[in-house]
Structure formats: C-alpha cells, structure tokens
Design a protein around this ligand. Structure first.
Ligand code: SF4
Length: 338
C-alpha cells in the first residue's frame, strides 16, 4: 500500500463523499497535507532531478477527473479507463518516466461514478460490440486501492455489463479487494513478473517475485482469467536458467487445471534515446543495459525509434520461451513474444 509523505487535495474533491472521507483520514495522520484551489499542483519540493523524482514519488494528489474524454488504447484495448495516474514504484525502466514530468506524483480520483457513467456511454456507442477498457495505461492502480476501492467497484460494474470488459496489470500484491469482488469473468488481472535479479536490480519499491506469484495464485483461485507479462526480458549471464526457474516456480504454485485461464505476454527490453537520457538523470548509477552499439535501432509504430536486441538474440528468446511455456504451460495461451 502506498503511504505518501505528502497529500495534495483539490478543493473540489471535498464535494464528493470519498474526497471528504480521505481529507479527514489524512488530517489524522502525521503527513504534510496541502489544499489546492485548482487542479494545478504545488508544494512538491526538489532542486535536482533526483530530488524532484523522489518527492514526486512520495506525493499523492486527491482530485476530480474533469476531462471525461478517454484516450484510445490500441492494440490491447479500445479505451484507457482513467482510475489512477502514476505509481509509487520506482522501476528504472518504467515508461511513466517519460510521461509524467519531473515530479511523478500519483493522482487518484474521487468521482468514480462519473468515470464509469462515461465508460457506459462509450460502450453504448459501439452498437452491440464488446468494448475493452484498460485500467493501468498510466499507472499501477493497486497500491492506492485501499484508499479508493476503485478496482473493486470497477470490477463489479463490468461484471454486470454484457458487452464491457476490463483489464489491468500490476506488480503489486494487495489483492484482497479484488479477490472479494464479483467479476463474472469480465475482468482480466495481469501480473508483471521477472527474475529476482531483474526485480532486485531495477524494480525498486515493488514486491518480490514470490509475493507476486502468491497474489496471482489468490486471484486465479477466485476464478479470474489472469495473465503474466514477463517484461522486460533482459539477456544477461545466466538469463535462461533464471527465467526457466521463474516459469518452474509459477508451474509449481498454480494448479494445472487452471492453466487454461492463464495467458502470457513476453516483451524484450527496449529503450528510446529520450527514455535513456531521463533514466541517466534520475538514476545516475543505473546498470540498465543501454549501450546503443550493442542493440539494433528500429522504428516503432508511433514514429519514434527504439533500441532493441538484435535479430539473433530475439529469435533465441522466442525459441526459449516457446519451449519453456510449451513444457510447463501447454494449456495456456502465449499472446505474443516480442
Ligand atoms: Fe512503472 Fe509499473 Fe514500476 Fe510502477 S510498478 S514504476 S508503473 S513499471
């Protein structure tokens, strides 16, 4: 659970029961509480990039989601569902590093009913076709779930929607709120996993592999469809042995008769020059492998280029995961290995 050092609360948020409740709760806690007159944040300190990053990561903003125009979310879903923005985790390679400015605070919204009403309108506009919403496009929503219960309510909302589906991805493990929700199979919970070496080296302030597997076990046993995103996959000394161990550990924990409810997505490590520059500023000591000469430059679908592993490495990776998952998870679906 996210325990912020500083909470910024928008004045308008107090017009909603959740805003009022959170305001009272935070007043009783030993944390800095700042009232905002507008949606403009203020009061997050920091001079250097590292300081700003660290203070941002320890700040929670309680606000009202004003713009109810949802972003599209191709190719995995039709729309982003804006439940939370930001994340308390400090993964060095995180894509949010390039998205949230130099003080990457977490913002939660008190007007969930309005957000879900809007989702319902988007569904109605699609004339009887299934509409998929992604709840983690700009966040990891789980660390703030104890404050908002937004995932629980959203899961129960979609359970009643014949033509609505919800999905999100997390690295966190406080799944009690999710396990207890009525889901009707309409929500897919995906867990982002990796080897202990990758987690310990790059995924600061996130739970261990063992705890993530335990959380996935609970969610799978609550009969949700679940997924594992193994990402980013790194090629390093002993990588095959360690990823093999990861897949074996999953297999040991998860009942074989539930494997058909599991899917896998495998994504190799890649970076853009913009991301690399930001990472080097925030984490000057980073050991992330980002030597351009050791990678292949490739133009992505959104027009900018990225550095990926070379063709032989990628093909070795594909063969490896196909073989391992084929051995231990033959009833599960591999969505893609890229
Ligand atoms: Fe980013 Fe996910 Fe890590 Fe949070 S847990 S910092 S969203 S990669």
């Amino acid at each position: 659970m996210f325990m912020p050092k500083r909470v910024l609360i928008e004045k308008d948020a107090l017009n909603y029961p959740l805003g009022e409740k959170l305001y009272k709760e935070f007043q009783d806690k030993d944390i800095e509480l700042i009232m905002l007159e507008t949606t403009r944040t203020k009061g997050i300190p920091g001079t250097t990039k590292e300081e700003k990053y660290s203070h941002g990561k320890n700040t929670l903003v309680v606000g009202v989601k004003k713009s109810l125009t949802f972003q599209t979310c191709k190719p995995s879903a039709h729309y982003q569902l804006p439940l939370v923005t930001g994340c308390m985790g400090q993964c060095e390679y995180c894509y949010l590093n390039t998205q949230l400015g130099d003080k990457p605070y977490t913002r939660i919204y008190v007007n969930l009913d309005e957000i879900l009403d809007r989702a319902k309108k988007y569904m109605n506009e699609r004339n009887g076709e299934v509409t998929i919403f992604e709840g983690a496009a700009t966040s990891d929503p789980l660390p703030v779930e104890p404050y908002t219960h937004a995932l629980n309510k959203t899961i129960e909302f979609f359970a009643k929607e014949e033509l609505g589906r919800f999905r999100f991805v997390t690295k966190f493990t406080n799944v009690e709120d999710i396990v207890g929700a009525k889901h009707n199979g309409h929500t897919t919970v995906r867990f982002s996993i990796n080897t202990d070496k990758v987690i310990n080296s790059y995924e600061h302030r996130t739970p261990s592999m063992r705890n993530r597997i335990e959380a996935a076990y609970k969610v799978l046993n609550a009969d949700y469809p679940i997924g594992f995103i193994i990402a980013p996959v790194f090629v390093y000394d002993g990588w095959k042995e360690e990823y093999k161990m990861l897949i074996r550990d999953l297999n040991n924990k998860l009942d074989v008769d539930k494997h058909k409810n599991i899917s896998f997505e495998i994504i190799s490590h890649r970076y853009t020059t913009k991301a690399k520059n930001i990472i080097n500023e925030i984490f000057p000591e980073t050991s992330l492998p980002m030597t351009d000469e050791e990678r292949t430059f490739k133009y992505g679908q959104f027009g900018y280029g990225k550095y990926v592993y070379n063709k032989d490495q990628l093909s070795e990776m594909k063969d490896f995961f196909k073989e391992q998952l084929g051995t231990y998870f033959s009833d599960s679906e591999i969505k893609y290995i890229i």
